[in-house]
Design a protein around this ligand. Sequence first.
Ligand SMILES: [Zn+2]
Ligand SMILES: [Zn+2]
Ligand SMILES: [Zn+2]
Length: 539
Amino acid sequence: MTTFLEDIGSLRRTLKAVFSDAGMGEDFVNCHVEWHLFTSWMEHIFTNAIKEFQLLPMDKYLEKFNRDLDYHEIMGLIFKDELLSNVVEILIAQNFKSIETEKFRKDLDKSRRYLSRSLKESQKDRLAEALDNINKALLFAPFPMDGVDHQSKSQLSFCLMTRAHLLRKLGHYNVCEKDLNDSMKYFALGKVNNYEKNIAAELLTLQDLKTPPTEAESVARRLVNLNPVSERIHGAVPYLSLSYEKNKGRIIITQNDIQKGTKLLVEEPFCTWLAPFLYSQYCFRCFNVLDNYFFPCRKCVLVRYCSSACEEESWKSYHSYECQYISFLRFLGAGHFALRCLSVDGLDESISLYRKSLQDKRKEPKLSRSFLNNYQDIFTLMSKDNNSAMLPKLAFLSKFIAHLACSMRLVQDGAVFDLSCLLLKQFGIGYLNSFFITDHGYNQLKLPGTSVDEDTAKEIGMGLYASASLISHSCDPNCEKYFICDKILILSRAPIEKGEEITISYGPNAVVHSYHQRQALLESTHGFKCSCKLCLKHE
Ligand SMILES: [Zn+2]
Ligand SMILES: [Zn+2]
Ligand SMILES: [Zn+2]
């Protein structure tokens, strides 16, 4: 079997061609390619394994998963298949190790080259250039995972030390101190030369110097806010409430008359995924555009933040799980996002939630009047069930990621099966409820609802939002959605009467698409038949 790294180039080209042929512009194609890359590779491997290991062809698996099976039963069939389990084990052994070691050597070399450039610039007193180079050196400095690798330890330590030195010259004392402390943590005694020792000695004398932080939080993101905000629906104005409709499930309605251009919902995401080719351009947590001054993650140095607040938030919610493995995880696209959604409130907590749901299966689900930003509520969102064409591929992928999570020591052996079931469910939830996040280049002068320059729109990642997921589709919606960094904003585009449902478009709308086009599009992207007012009129 070929490895993922061997196939990645040709896979990217194939996917690029597919999306471009479908009429997608350059700024949208790249994000979609990264999102689907790993799933496509899985399909490719699955197809090859059918020949190489005499696995059952996909349609045979499809026959097994008839429509009455739930996630638990489907994964049960997959786990019972010994051949398939062997293939997954081989895949992990081949790919996980090769990606780690091969990348490690290359990155260490790159990091050294940038470090030496930085030192040269610094000697010439060209501090901006020196800082730029040392940031690049840090991006490629390998994180010393096993704790005994002196090469990577001293490289990381020396890079941090050099940057602390530069930041101090530039007057950024608070961040300089942070770098210094980290540098000391990775300091490999006996492995440094005199130059390094001198810098270290000088830096040690600076520990008391402090100035207020200079951070680059997005102003537009801060400006877009709601006050007061509902206690029952995360991020909504207080007069929105939940209601229930037989075919749609939960919907959001208004208790007040609403004027055109009213902010109805401003929500921070439950979880996001930034397209990896943009790691150097956007804040990993809040999707703020980065300028020259940014904070790389102190451990993986692969992702960057706009502020130390973002770095901390990201670490607390999911990055502590994935930091060590980000050089591998970033290739997983949709799989990475699914695993991260389960990590936000803690992987173990999410798994026990799933186990509990199996015990409660027979009981009627209670309809809560509130919907908050936690996995307990996200877990109750509708998921795409038994979409026949995708199911074997996703089940295979779920098993792969669950085993991977186990070899990354994120879960115990005993939890692998339940995690894979939960991943399969999460793929279904994500499929129906997440949005591609678009960067419209908003700033404090140009906010949503004023003017949107569609030409600058660029897809940059994926987001799952608690309350926004409950808003139904309409082909003639009364609201419009916008993204300001990672925040979603729902703005009314027409007056809405008391008691009416809040709607947005999931893609198709009556201005551009005919009735049949709309139905076909929604069937392919979301798997439902639209019964909005306009579509009902047509029938
Ligand atoms: Zn940020
Ligand atoms: Zn990290
Ligand atoms: Zn419709």
